[in-house]
Design a protein around this ligand. Structure first.
Ligand code: GLN
Length: 485
């Protein structure tokens, strides 16, 4: 039996019954990393030594009689955007190429308290800007299902690591789809919780009104277990919200009778891959058979979501990234004076996509254009949010495809940023509205690439999403397939 290929909940039982040790499990995961990393390249910084130390500590804790967290001894990968004390944290940027944080993000602190084992820091698009993990200063990540394809992005390293069994679960962040879209591309489960559900303290900021932490897992149960551990109010994040964290796993009982889901007609667009549309329609039929009511709904402002997102996200990014100036921390270019230090450090430290976004955002916020772009975008954002509020008066959740196509070829969209931005068309509206959304596998295309179905819920109603996702998973076998690496 390969321990690395099991789920969190399967391993949890084995660890608690002392059938295996965390050290054995961690060794198994690192053997898998050694065997596959050359092909996939999920990690920027694997942490073998510290992982083994943490595993041994977890094994010590298993010897006591205390009540163990479900994450105790479980190898978990972190997108390289989470601050980790004493461990290099690059955000896939040259400008943070030498940055070792002096403290842990709140999520990492929670994982450590739970006794999880950190396998390492995974690859991403620089500053989480992208949908393919090609915008990394540290090389590209390949899709474990087909090595000439992207794993999605920006949390592509985390998604590929989970799909390739190079960790048991992983964490990513989602500003416009960066957990759900790579989950869809890699055939796994990815959840973006409600804005404010998980602390953003110690997450390198991209667009602060949209960013949210989310788990990437092998199945729905693992997703619920992860969320239970990392959700909750944090006084260090003024946008985190103080609402109780339910026991999400207690909702996973397969009983979904009486729930209603809406299918937004605006989410069937021109240019959508026919196989994706087909898989989604079949997925909806499966849901109907579980006893869920299905009806068509309308989200009329959907067509503006990508434009609104790329104005707001770039505006916020241009402000958040002002701190990387070559003076405070990170990369500093040799220069003759202060101005030249600023200019050269940024010129050499940032990649082309990050520069493009800083320029777009600065433009949208500048005096003459603020009203026409930024303010207008905020108004349309309110309309998009209202669309969802209206829809949720009729249904408990909304079902869509996660992305319009399966994983595209490496290099296919790098020269055309607009094409790249359009891969976020189904995921950005939920970020703009602050709603939770989950992606889970609902089929494969003729090339053997996974297809994702998205379930969007009401604010703080992750429980209903997970309940529906679990019922769907019970009725299908997609989540059991593994890439042949
Ligand atoms: N792909 C989107 C972008 O490039 C979303 C990224 C994200 O969610 N971090 O902005």
């Amino acid at each position: 039996m390969n321990l690395h290929s099991l789920t969190l909940h399967e391993l949890n039982g084995k660890l608690k019954r002392h059938e295996i040790s965390s050290e054995e499990l961690t060794e198994s995961v690192f053997r898998r990393i050694s065997a596959t990393e050359e092909k996939v390249h999920s990690y920027i910084t694997p942490c073998y030594e510290t992982a083994l130390r943490e595993a041994r500590k977890a094994d010590e804790r298993f010897k006591t009689r205390e009540k163990w967290s479900s994450l105790l001894g479980i190898p978990i990968a972190l997108k390289d955007i989470f601050l980790t004390q004493g461990v290099l944290t690059t955000c896939a940027s040259k400008i943070l190429g030498n940055f070792v944080p002096p403290y842990d993000s709140t999520t990492v602190k929670k994982l450590k308290e739970a006794g999880a084992v950190t396998t390492g820091k995974t690859n991403l698009d620089e500053f989480a800007m992208g949908s393919s993990t090609e915008n990394s200063a540290f090389g590209i990540t390949r899709n474990p299902w087909k090595l000439d394809r992207v794993p999605g992005g920006s949390s592509g390293g985390s998604a590929a690591a989970v799909a390739a069994d190079q960790c048991i679960t992983a964490l990513g962040t989602d500003t416009g789809g960066s957990v759900r879209q790579p989950a869809a591309c890699c055939g796994i489960v990815g959840l973006k919780p409600t804005y404010g559900r998980i602390s953003r303290f110690g997450i390198i900021a991209f667009a602060s009104s949209l960013d949210q932490v989310g788990p990437l897992t092998k199945d729905v149960t693992d997703c619920a277990l992860m969320l239970e551990e990392i959700a909750g109010y944090d006084p260090l994040d003024s946008t985190s919200i103080d609402v109780p964290v339910p026991s999400y796993t207690s909702y996973l009982n397969g009983d979904v009778k009486g729930l209603r889901v809406g299918i937004p007609k605006e989410y069937f667009i021109q240019g959508m891959q026919a196989e994706v549309e087909q898989a989604l329609k079949e997925g909806i039929q499966v849901l109907e058979k579980t006893g869920i009511g299905v009806e068509e709904i309308s989200l009329p402002h959907t067509e503006y979501a990508v434009a609104v997102y790329y104005i707001i996200a770039t505006a916020e990014a241009s402000s958040n990234l002002a701190r990387y100036d070559g003076m405070k921390y990170g990369y500093r270019a040799p220069a003759k004076d202060l101005t030249e230090t600023y200019m050269k450090s940024r010129e050499q430290g940032f990649g082309p996509e990050v520069k493009r976004r800083i320029m777009l955002g600065t433009y949208a916020l500048s005096a003459g254009y603020y009203d026409a772009y930024y303010l207008k975008a905020q108004k349309v954002r309110a309309l998009i949010k209202k669309d969802f509020e209206d829809a949720f008066r009729k249904c408990d959740a909304i079902i869509t495809a996660t992305a319009p196509t399966t994983a595209f070829k490496i290099g296919e969209k790098t020269l055309d940023p607009l094409q790249m931005y359009l891969s976020d068309i189904f995921t950005v509206p939920t970020n703009l509205a602050g709603l939770p959304g989950l992606s889970l596998p609902c089929g494969f295309d003729s090339e053997g690439l996974p297809i994702g179905m998205q379930i969007i819920g009401k604010h703080f109603d992750e429980a209903t999403i997970l309940r529906i996702a679990f019922a769907y998973e019970q009725a299908t076998e997609w989540h059991k397939r593994k890439p042949n690496l």
